[in-house]
Ligand binder design. Sequence first.
Ligand code: WQD
Length: 315
Amino acid sequence: MTTWLITGGAGYIGAHVVRALRESGRSVVVLDDLSTGHADRIPDDVPLAQVSVLDTPSVRDALREYAVDGVVHLAAKKAVGESVEQPLHYYRENVTGVISLLEAMRDEGVHNLVYSSSAAVYGEPPWSPIREETPCAPLSPYGETKLVGEWMIRAAASAQRLSWVALRYFNVAGAGAPELRDTSVNNLIPMVYAALERGVAPQVFGSDYPTPDGSCIRDYIHVSDLADAHVAAAAYCEANDAQDVFNVGTGEGASVWEVMAAVSEAVGHDIGAVAVARRTGDPPELVASADRIAGVLGWQARRDLAEMVSSARLD
Ligand code: WQD
């Protein structure tokens, strides 16, 4: 049995990855400073090293103490808008975080790494679906830090033995269990439920985009499917000398109006969404090509939009 350390394992995505890796028969350990994560998301029998990934000696200690074979690195800042206001904070946390982790892994001889990247590395490509070879042109400091992370891992891998996979997540949504829900209100589906909770109309940002119904199209991926992709990536790192980048999406787009309709269906009444002005910087369409991950890792999404919106419900 191998042991994997999950940085950011007390976060929304991390908590799902912890469970999926454990169910795959691996032993898991969480490293999280609990700055945004919640300790109660971590199962009682999973050890927690409550330290920052920037604290290299403590990361080294955790790798050694638990005889770690591989790391899933999720600990990072992830709000695009905030990254524009605090770019250096994002560079410090996300870029220095990867440096710190890679140094600790080198020093302790840990060779497997699954890295949490993002579709934000692509920026606004003029065509969909987006393939991994699509040139990267991030439009925010957040996206830049994720891309720099990929570059650093690739560079480090030729200097230290590293079997690595970077997963570029598209729009992650839903929950595997109510207690694992995304408690931040940064993204569309949590924002819709938050509006309903306050008794106000959910808003559709822009209805004059060049799309069939005029609203933006995204590739929404269920967090439990995403967690399964991490298990496939971890197994691939263990069995190969991997150096691979994969999109993680369904390969299917859904418009904001379609998401609103799915929420209406989930709650059993029309939620009365209203069209408002565009939000600055939103590309009309971002949909993954999921062919590469299906072909190489044998992974594909199994859960649909209805399951994402119903599992994200607050009540
Ligand atoms: C989705 C769609 C909005 C709220 C961002 C990052 C990306 C990734 C996921 C981290 C857009 C529309 C939203 C609302 C709306 N993050 N919308 N009404 O912008 O696609 O992606 O989060 O890795 O990198 O860029 O996600 O959930 O904010 O928006 O109409 O109240 O919903 O305009 O079209 P986005 P989102």
